[in-house]
Design a protein around this ligand. Structure first.
Ligand code: NAP
Length: 264
């Protein structure tokens, strides 16, 4: 009998975890994607796409597909699916662990302004600059839509939809990005302030180094808190340790590598 692991994905780490699990004997892995991105890239193991229909739908899926362990490897700002994972795990008794990459930390020379939400970032922005590089993801643009006197450069994997600020230039791109490339972008658009979520990870960290080198302020949206009943670990190795031999009967070496998140 093989163990069935459901990985809630949409991140680089989820992709890495799927590759490692798919390489193990006695393990079947299914990755779940929300379906927000039209070309999400290849994943090892089985893949399902689309919402489950809330916590109850996820619980039903866990039962129907005889899932032995659930790994929430979604983005740190994907609050609803993480809440649903906690509820579905509690309802079914399926063990759950959250794979959450560490957040970014400011270093010497950084001019960071931490805030609790995109709305708070929008409130702060007019005091910091008029030409903004906005990398919070296309679903958070509505919070900035009322800022008519500010020019926004919005980077997104997929084209954003209204509501968005009236003076918006869209740059479609998917990480990883380089510090040199990010500095070029900031200079080319004469950006004077950067807005980002504290997504963490290497693929999109170059913009922070670029802002530091150019002396630009950065508005950093803090992560939402995890539901208290969930345990978070920082990387794929820690997930494997957490799941343990009961769920992962036959250890073997990892294979494959990562790609960038489905958001910038
Ligand atoms: P969210 O607000 O937490 O989730 C909204 C709904 O989307 C959930 O209730 C669920 O629908 C469905 N969903 C989300 N993730 C899913 C998954 N992995 N598999 C199946 N259904 C999923 O999520 P979000 O912030 O819109 O993010 C959507 C996806 O994009 C996530 O998988 C996340 O990892 C990825 N992502 C998000 C961000 C970000 O900044 N939020 C950045 C990069 C990547 P039902 O209730 O119907 O099950």
């Amino acid at each position: 009998m093989s163990s069935h692991i459901l990985v809630l994905g949409g991140t680089t780490e989820a992709r890495e975890l799927a590759a490692v699990l798919a390489a193990r004997d006695g393990v079947r892995v299914t990755s779940s994607l929300a379906g927000r991105v039209t070309r999400p890239g290849a994943l090892d193991g089985d893949v399902r796409v689309g919402g489950f229909g809330g916590a109850e739908g996820l619980a039903s899926w866990l039962r129907e597909h005889r899932v032995d362990a659930l790994v929430d490897a979604t983005h740190p700002f994907a609050e609803a699916i993480t809440r649903n994972a906690a509820r579905a795990a509690a309802a079914t008794g399926v063990p759950v662990v959250v794979l959450r990459r560490p957040g970014w930390r400011p270093g010497p020379g950084d001019r960071w302004h931490p805030v609790d939400s995109p709305a708070a970032a929008a409130e702060l922005l007019p005091r910091l600059g008029r030409r903004v590089f906005l990398t919070t993801g296309r679903l958070d643009l509505a919070a900035f839509a009322h800022l008519a006197d500010t020019h926004f450069v919005v980077r997104s994997v997929e084209p954003p939809e209204p509501p968005m600020p009236p003076d918006t230039r869209v740059v479609l791109a998917r990480g990883p990005f380089t510090v040199t490339g990010e500095k070029e972008l900031l200079r080319a658009h004469r950006v004077d302030v950067l807005v980002t979520k504290d997504s963490g990870g290497a693929a999109t960290a170059a913009k922070l180094a670029a802002a530091r080198e150019l002396g630009l302020p950065v508005v950093v949206v803090r992560r939402p808190p995890l539901p208290p009943e969930l345990t978070a670990v920082p990387d794929v190795t820690a997930v494997l340790e957490h799941l343990g031999r009961a769920v992962l009967p036959t250890p073997s070496g990892p294979r494959g590598g990562g790609a960038a998140d489905t958001c910038p």
